[in-house]
Design a protein around this ligand. Structure first.
Ligand code: DGL
Length: 264
């Protein structure tokens, strides 16, 4: 049985790669909802519908646990999903506000960036209320980075000017830590390092993968060496319900995974 990892598009590959590192015996199914990306500009109702059908697909394929590797889908739909699919662990991802405030702010402010849906959502509001006792957290919605990532545009000559403009209201020197609250943003760490050179940059992929492992241990779901067969694909990629077999598309995914490894 596989572990399902879901994202609206390619951003969740960053969580998948962390999970591959810490759960080497597991096989995965990665589901990208390419027909509907970007989620950040859809309504909450639409997102719940899309993610419900993706999780339904993964359940039908026999996935034993599911990671919603998308902050936006977690914000809009994880409560609904946990009620509907209460027979298997569903792990969500939320901006890493807690470690940012408690460990990384270095006496300065914290900037959380995410999609508009995540930034406006109740979940992020509650998370900030819980940990931001000194009012040091600011949040900003960046809507274009998801589109850049899906189009394969990572060139710092294009991304850095975009970030300078999108973040012009935030003085980099005021911020001890930048929280990447969208899994697609993880692919732009090189540009963020140019725009905010003295700011720590953190994302939630390690935390989510670690939590997946903990939940699988608790539920007795971990695969052993004996379960794995050399004939099985380590990862099956699915795009909006269609298994990816096209060599070019698989190469694109592979290239992106390599890019992310180089950035981390
Ligand atoms: N990777 C998704 C996230 O973490 C991107 C959402 C989108 O499709 O806009 O929020």
């Amino acid at each position: 049985m596989r572990v399902g990892v879901f994202d609206s598009g390619l951003g969740g590959l960053t969580v998948l790669n962390r999970a591959l590192d810490i759960l080497p015996e597991e096989n995965f199914l990665y589901y990208a909802d390419v027909d509907h990306v970007p989620y950040g500009e859809k309504t909450r109702e639409q997102i719940v519908d899309y993610v419900d059908s993706a999780v339904g697909y993964m359940v039908d394929e026999g996935c034993k646990a599911i990671v919603i590797a998308c902050n936006t889908a977690t914000s809009a739909g994880v409560d609904f999903l946990r009620k509907k699919y209460d027979f298997l662990p569903i792990i969500g991802i939320e901006p890493a506000v807690k470690p940012a405030v408690l460990h990384f702010s270095k006496g300065k402010r914290v900037l959380v960036i995410a999609t508009p849906i995540t930034v406006q959502g109740e979940k992020l509001k509650k998370l900030i209320e819980t940990y931001d006792k000194d009012n040091i957290v600011d949040k900003a919605a960046l809507s274009e980075l998801v589109n850049f990532a899906e189009k394969g545009i990572f060139d710092t000559d294009i991304i850095v000017p975009y970030l300078h403009d999108a973040l012009k209201d935030y003085n980099p020197e005021d911020y001890g830590v930048l929280v990447l609250g969208c899994t697609h943003f993880n692919f732009f760490k090189d540009s963020f390092r140019i725009v905010m050179p003295d700011t720590e940059i953190i994302d939630g992929s390690t935390g989510s993968a670690a939590y997946l492992k903990t939940r699988m241990e608790e539920e007795g779901l971990l695969a052993t060496k004996a379960d794995s067969s050399p004939h099985e694909e380590k990862v099956i990629y699915v795009e909006s319900g269609r298994v990816v077999t096209d060599k070019k598309e698989l190469e694109k995914i592979d290239k992106l995974c390599k890019r992310w490894r180089e950035l981390n």
